[in-house]
Write a protein that binds this ligand. Structure first.
Ligand SMILES: [Zn+2]
Length: 414
């Protein structure tokens, strides 16, 4: 049994309370009770860890450094203070609102943002807003309305409470994972938490990855219908490697994007070459995102049917990337490509008569490194034939705009 099993159990309890609170989001009373229990559970993780100090090498100096790190974290400071308020004063002073954001393109600032009582009907809001919009926006194919219900505490008014607790989970998981590296007695087989932290690519429990989906509604402005979307996480383990080699050939193994100290650009090119192998073999390539995190990378499949849903999926992905503290994002998928000169301003390659099928990769790091790679291809009787790769590191694709915002990068886009 892992000497830190009690600490792990408490962290897991807190995560389960988070999940329950998320399910009770629309029931103010239930939500209040559960979220307060959740805050209390998170707060006690470090106490139980301190009770197990004898299991950890040079506990005091190690934990001292962690304490310093946690003290400068605004959200963790709020956690400590919120738990004190719950235990000593009474309920948190929470407020639920409806935040409505309107978007017409990748770059438009929200046209309309209002805090409305949570009882407001999203459909009513949508028809009210539509009736007041300029025609071109109300009918834009990518026009979206996002209505997000939010519970916030008065002492942390700018962060939604479940998002704040996701952050607490992520830091505490890192702390407990780090404690495992300093155990006095080595574990023969790692415990579940240790295995998850050190051997899998999962940064948060799956139910926390898309923390805001249950409380957020997206409507297409054009017809007021609900936009559906899915960002599906694929967990990759070492066991999957032989299966991949079997299907796509040994070539895919020779070109490991993570081999050696490759630059971001070289990793992207290696991923692009993998994508070509997949497209050749399968005849299609799903739209997907690779997100590099501190320890590994996560893979997301992006499912969307039209331009509005594409906007929504990418914005949703940017939120998830923020939650897992991603360091870079690489988007890969098939797309229509048209010569720049033949696309009229405000129109799309897909509508251009000279369009061709292409495979496209767009990559961006937190530090602003950017690369785009694309290749036009044709389907022939012998299979798929690719033109030469075109690499661009100068013009940023607008699809990356939500990530520029996430990482506060100022960059010129096309
Ligand atoms: Zn353990």
């Amino acid at each position: 049994m892992c000497p830190l099993s009690q600490v792990e159990q408490r962290l897991e309890d807190a995560a389960q309370l988070w999940r329950k609170a998320s399910e009770q989001y629309f029931d103010p009373n239930e939500f209040r009770v559960t979220i307060q229990a959740c805050i209390q559970a998170f707060r006690t993780v470090t106490w139980i860890l301190q009770n197990n100090k004898d299991a950890i090498l040079e506990f005091n100096s190690w934990y001292g450094a962690w304490q310093q790190k946690m003290r400068i974290d605004e959200i963790l400071r709020w956690l400590v203070e919120a738990r004190n308020r719950i235990e000593k004063q009474g309920d948190l002073f929470t407020k639920s609102t409806l935040k409505v954001t309107l978007s017409g393109s990748w770059f438009d600032r929200p046209h309309y943002e209002a805090l409305l009582p949570p009882s407001t009907s999203v459909n009513k809001i949508c028809s009210l807003i539509r009736s007041q919009l300029p025609m071109e926006l109300a009918n834009a194919s990518e026009g979206l309305l996002c209505a997000e219900r939010r519970w916030c505490d008065s002492e942390l008014p700018h962060v939604e409470i479940l998002e704040a607790l996701c952050h607490c989970y992520s830091v505490l998981q890192e702390l407990v994972g780090d404690a495992h590296r300093r155990l006095k007695v080595n574990q023969d087989t790692p415990c579940e938490l240790s295995a998850r932290v050190t051997q899998s690519n999962l940064e948060l429990p799956k139910f926390m990855l898309n923390a805001d989906t249950t409380r957020t509604t997206w409507l297409k402005l054009r017809d007021g219908t609900r936009a559906s979307m899915a960002v599906v996480t694929q967990t990759v383990t070492k066991k999957d490697v032989p299966k991949v080699a079997q299907r796509y050939g040994a070539e895919i193994m020779d070109n490991n994007p993570f081999a050696g100290e490759r630059s971001f650009r070289d990793r992207c090119i290696a991923f692009f070459n993998h994508a070509k192998l997949l497209l050749r073999k399968d005849g299609y390539h799903v739209s997907c995102a690779l997100v590099e995190t501190g320890k590994n990378f996560m893979f997301f499949e992006l499912r969307m049917d039209d331009r509005a849903e594409k906007h929504m999926v990418i914005r949703q992905l940017a939120k998830t990337v923020g939650r897992i503290k991603g360091k870079s994002v690489i988007l890969i998928g098939e797309a229509w490509v048209a010569p720049t000169a033949s696309v009229m301003p405000g129109s799309y390659a897909a509508d251009c008569p000279t369009k061709a099928e292409g495979l496209i990769l767009n990559g961006l790091t937190k530090d602003g490194d950017y690369i785009s790679v694309h290749s036009i291809f044709r389907r022939t009787v012998e299979g798929i034939e690719f033109d030469e790769d075109i690499i661009d590191t100068g013009n940023l694709s607008p699809i990356l705009a939500p990530f520029l915002e996430l990482w506060r990068i100022r960059k010129k886009t096309t």
